[in-house]
Design a protein around this ligand. Structure first.
Ligand code: SF4
Ligand code: SF4
Length: 111
């Protein structure tokens, strides 16, 4: 089980969840943040602070957002960053790369 960051974070990325996570398993990409699923301890704190309700527990992930389970996991694999499980986000593990699905996501209209 893990928590999953989904579409409403894209281009918002206010990083409230970074400060909330007790094990620093949320990592910054170019347009969104990603949760390392093997490091997440399922405490749920990140979900409570997200201003755009982007974060869901895996077992409560809506059907239309199921792709984000793989998107979060694959961000850490060789096809994107190749970081694996760094065991703690810091400046060495911050990038402007994104999972290809996120990179291709339509830009949000300016508000
Ligand atoms: S559920 Fe807890 S451990 Fe997992 S990403 Fe959110 S704050 Fe971090
Ligand atoms: S709190 Fe929500 S919007 Fe902010 S960076 Fe985390 S997932 Fe994205």
């Amino acid at each position: 089980m893990t928590y999953v960051i989904t579409d409403t974070c894209i281009d918002v990325k206010d990083k409230s969840c970074l400060d909330a996570c007790p094990v620093d398993c949320i990592y910054e990409g170019g347009r969104t943040l990603y949760i390392q699923p093997d490091e997440c301890i399922n405490c749920g704190l990140c979900e409570t602070v997200c201003p755009v309700a982007a974060i869901h527990a895996e077992e409560r992930l809506p059907q239309e957002l199921q792709a984000f389970l793989a998107i979060n996991r694959e961000f850490f694999e060789d096809g994107v960053t190749g970081w694996g499980s760094p065991r703690g986000a810091d400046t060495r593990y911050t990038t402007d790369k994104d999972h290809p699905v996120v990179a291709a996501w339509p830009k949000r209209d300016a508000v």
